[in-house]
Write a protein that binds this ligand. Sequence first.
Ligand SMILES: Nc1ncnc2c1ncn2[C@@H]1O[C@H](COP(=O)(O)OP(=O)(O)OP(=O)(O)O)[C@@H](O)[C@H]1O
Ligand SMILES: [Mg+2]
Length: 244
Amino acid sequence: MLRVRALKKSFGDFKAVNGAHLTVEKGQLVAVIGPNGAGKTTLFNLITGQLQPDGGSIVFNDENINKLPPYKICRKGIARSFQIANVFPRLTVFHNVQVSVLSQQKLSNKLFHPTSQMAVEETTRILESVGLLDKKFDVAGSLSHGDKRTLEIAIAIGNEPELLILDEPTAGMSPEETTATMSLIQTLSDKQGLTILFCEHDMQVVFNVAQSIMVMQQGYTIVQGTPEEVRQNSEVQQAYLGGA
Ligand SMILES: Nc1ncnc2c1ncn2[C@@H]1O[C@H](COP(=O)(O)OP(=O)(O)OP(=O)(O)O)[C@@H](O)[C@H]1O
Ligand SMILES: [Mg+2]
């Protein structure tokens, strides 16, 4: 579904992404892992069109998307969440997701329906799938940090993506929230068949859930493989696990 090859992006003289390779197959749950500043967010910004690559290729469903703007990439079926929570704080949980569902639908033949009644079923289904249905009337700004991040995932799902990209979905979470979020991501992958790409600092968090792990360091890919392959890789052991 997604193939990134030899991707490069510099900021001035600094090579933030410098030889990134990544493959995501349909239905897979793939993690990108690497320390602070490894280039994970920059890689995601390149894939979703927030940044333009200096070199290499990003191919989504057999089409090179290197030069497409974010809204076109979104329409092709890639939705994302950001490292810092991004919700409409004054809207209810329900409306946050409803807006996203509506933005995806063709509204031309529904002009005479009041918006409040649009996409109610779909919005309800999404909120149920992420476990936020009981908070649907809460104002998003009043949610806990963990629930805000979950709401972001729900908003991204509202775009009906083929590929869901999550930038550190557990950032700033308590251990309990982290466990709950990882199990949600696993459920979305297993039960709903969503293709998910996410990044994370913490190896331990991803080893149990990811089917494939790409390890980044200083902008380049050390290896991508199954958790076992990654664990066995000597360069990963040296660079990332301190030789352990
Ligand atoms: N717009 C920018 N201008 C200049 N340097 C940047 C810019 N964006 C990122 N960088 C630098 O590129 C490097 C990679 O940053 P990036 O945010 O991609 O890392 P990351 O792996 O996501 O890190 P973290 O785990 O802390 O989120 C960092 O050294 C960062 O300071
Ligand atoms: Mg980052």
